[in-house]
Design a binder for this molecule. Structure first.
Ligand SMILES: Nc1ncnc2c1ncn2[C@@H]1O[C@H](COP(=O)(O)OP(=O)(O)OP(=O)(O)O)[C@@H](O)[C@H]1O
Length: 454
């Protein structure tokens, strides 16, 4: 039974309402304070509110104050105000404050029931809408608020509404496909298909038919006409993942499709127009491949109208912990576990790890840790970090070296990948920091130094 909160100080009217609204479970409140208590306790979707409440029953001031308080505590509540007077100025004031509807006494059970029924209908539609929006955000969410990721997300917002062909550059497991989906979802094509094909995982002789499709009888085994991924993406977005692995033999055909937006199925005799937005992704150095003549220069310029660098996880600072927490929540649900978080040592280990496999590596580590963990907080050992330094006696030199290199990585993250600032954070000079980087072979820090890249 749906619950309605009735805010009414007149016991006679309360009784009358009980009879009139017998399809609902009614909760009563006689003044503003009781109303707020009941609202918090029962969280009703619909409230009826008599504007003439004590201590000012002859006027609407207390009723209007109650309305404001309800809507600031639970803005989604549908409040139907009930006025005694024939003057509807108070009712209009209430609507201006956000009341859903108003109703003038004397009571007509039929009319009031219809108003309440409509209020419930709207409330359930709105809550469905909120749930959909939340699940949509959850799916498309690119977790993180490091400078690097915020910058990349801003670029996504700018390019999504355009038709520009985008090239996503990033190491394996950085989330290139996640970014491609985010572009699609934020584009006008969001309700059309998103089709992804990985050019590296399909044998060369099959890739052409996977992409372009084929006519019946085009080759032995072609028993019926089959659409390729490009046609399947018609109206929507096509992600060509690992474009750097596309064989030379196919690159010319791909170029033609990108330039003219027409394709020909294998064995086909006519051109088919397609309306597809193309996003490409790769971890390879395409300009270098162009120089080596293993990737066509004209195709390179065609696919890289805009280039978006997806930062590796080690450059995202504290994001690693945010992503780890989100993944932990997901795996807890998936494996029905109740792990509550990470030990300090595990957090430090995650912050100082180099993450060569990026988010996919983090995912794998967490998944097995969640399944195998013995306690409510995941330890560095659970996450597969070597715990020799924790469990076995080390020499003082080993301990110092490990602590030094972890401290350098940590400071580098705090300093937003800037080596000058890292030196400041550590209280050492820049040349000393360089010497330590060489000593501990932390070469990736030099490559990704913010300052050096300017
Ligand atoms: N910001 C993020 N938050 C949570 N999970 C993420 C995030 N980015 C990526 N992932 C997850 O990490 C995994 C790897 O992402 P994805 O497949 O998009 O990477 P990729 O760069 O395309 O990898 P590859 O180059 O190997 O194809 C996926 O399971 C994805 O859901």
């Amino acid at each position: 039974m749906q619950t309605v909160l009735v805010i009414e100080d007149d016991l006679g009217i309360q009784k009358q309402l009980k009879w009139s609204l017998s399809d609902y479970e009614l909760i009563f409140a006689g003044d503003r304070q009781q109303a707020m208590t009941q609202l918090r306790r029962y969280e009703p979707a619909v409230v009826t509110l008599d504007l003439g409440l004590p201590p000012d029953p002859a006027n609407a001031s207390e009723g209007l104050a109650c309305l404001t308080e309800i809507l600031s505590a639970k803005p989604e509540t549908k409040v139907i105000v009930i006025t005694g007077s024939t003057d509807n100025s108070h009712a209009l004031q209430a609507i201006a404050l956000g009341a859903y509807d108003y109703y003038q006494k004397p009571l007509d059970a039929e009319v009031l029931n219809i108003i309440i029924q409509r209020a419930f209908k709207l409330s359930s539609l709105e809550s469905e809408n909120r749930a959909l929006r939340a699940s949509y955000q959850q799916q498309s969410e690119i977790i993180g608020n490091s400078d690097a990721i915020v910058k990349a997300c801003r670029t996504v917002e700018k390019i999504a509404p355009t038709e520009i062909t985008t090239l996503l550059y990033g190491e394996s497991g950085t989330g290139k496909e996640v970014f491609a989906r985010a572009i699609h979802r934020q584009s006008p094509r969001l309700n059309k298909p998103f089709v992804a094909i990985n050019c590296a995982s399909i044998p060369e002789n099959l890739l052409e038919s996977e992409l372009f499709g084929y006519e019946k009888g085009a080759f032995t085994g072609a028993v019926k006409t089959t659409l390729g991924k490009i046609e399947c993406a018609n109206g929507g977005t096509l992600l060509l993942d690992e474009i750097g692995d596309m064989p030379m033999s196919l690159q010319a055909k791909m170029l033609r499709f990108l330039q003219e937006r027409v394709i020909e199925r294998i064995g086909g005799r006519h051109e088919i127009e397609v309306d597809v937005r193309v996003i490409c992704a790769t971890h390879r150095d395409l300009p270098d491949m162009v120089a080596q003549q293993s990737f066509r220069e004209d195709l390179y310029y065609r696919v890289s109208e805009i280039v978006l660098q997806i930062p590796p996880l080690r450059q995202r600072g504290y994001d690693v912990i945010l992503i780890a927490k989100a993944l932990l929540h997901r795996f807890n649900q998936e494996y029905k576990t109740e792990i509550q978080g990470f030990t300090d040592c595990a957090t430090r280990a995650m912050l100082s790890h180099n993450w060569p496999g990026n988010i996919r590596e983090l995912q794998n580590k967490l998944k097995s840790a969640v399944i195998l963990a013995e306690s409510k907080f995941l330890t560095a050992g659970d996450l597969g970090f070597r715990t020799t330094e924790l469990n076995q006696q080390q020499t003082l030199r080993q301990v110092r070296e490990h602590a030094e290199s972890a401290a350098i990585r940590h400071a580098y993250i705090l300093a937003n990948n800037n080596l000058s600032k890292t030196a400041d954070v550590l209280g050492i000079t820049r040349p000393t920091l360089y010497a330590l980087i060489d000593k501990y072979r932390l070469y990736d820090l030099r490559q990704t130094d913010n300052e050096a890249n300017f």
